[in-house]
Design a protein. Sequence first.
Length: 304
Amino acid sequence: MVSDAVTVRVPAKVNLYLGVGPLREDGYHDLMTVFQALSLYDDVRVSPSTELRITTEGEGAAEVPADGTNLAARAVTEVARRAERAPKVAIEVTKRIPVAGGMAGGSADAAGALVGVVDLWDLGIERTELSEIAAGLGSDVPFALHGGTALGTGRGEQLMPILARGEFHWVLAISRSGLSTPAVYHELDRLRENRSVTDVETERPDALMAALTSGDPRVVAPLLRNDLQPAALSLQPALRRTLRAGIDAGALNGIVSGSGPTCAFLCADETSAVNVAAELSGAGVARAVRTAKGPVPGARVVVE
Ligand code: C5P
């Protein structure tokens, strides 16, 4: 059956753990990371059109490129190439995930477009081929497809599911201006110039993985770690105040999410998250404050 339009809902991610190894020859860094998908979603709608078009609405839409460089457009182009079809699709993205916020918003849109166009054209591509296309688009795209809680290695694109019991409650403080992921990695390389980076950086976080199985946020909270945090703080020093404000408001712990500048606070339960969010909003340290829970599933077609 040929559909008229397909809408895919895709979650944001937070890295509960981000161990960054040395800079590789291909310009990437080896990672050991634990991703969790959160209930903050972009919606990606794809429909037949006379040409490839992309429009974005919602938070930060003006900063999203509306041409072929957009990751969602690249996803459609790649699927079209493999299917030997013209990429005549209109992509409409409704953004809620902060743009350049360290929560894989662009990757989410790519994963959404990928799942959407495969469904629209009824291609029936296998999960492994989808993951391969996703990895070619960006390091975080496979996780946006996958969702849940997962261990990421390589550039972050090689995934293994992690058993996480229960629900975790997060508060997200979204910064007034974004950070470029390559710029944050470059800053980390600069900060590390005078020391050697060892394999310890990318050791598997067994304690955190065991804590996730327990489902107790109080056990998980002290084990959160992000090697990109010093680099993000170096580029946006005001984030220190944001992190302190979240802890002062009663969060169990707070970290910069991925390459930032969004700060993610793990809370004891839903009530605590609502209180922390209210206090953070009042403190004026962020452009916007959201609550979200995790883990949630990856990119899914939604029935309209
Ligand atoms: O894979 P993606 O295009 O999302 O990566 C964006 C940039 O982030 C890369 O060009 C690189 O500078 C940096 N990066 C990295 N190591 C990783 C993932 C991303 O250095 N594992």
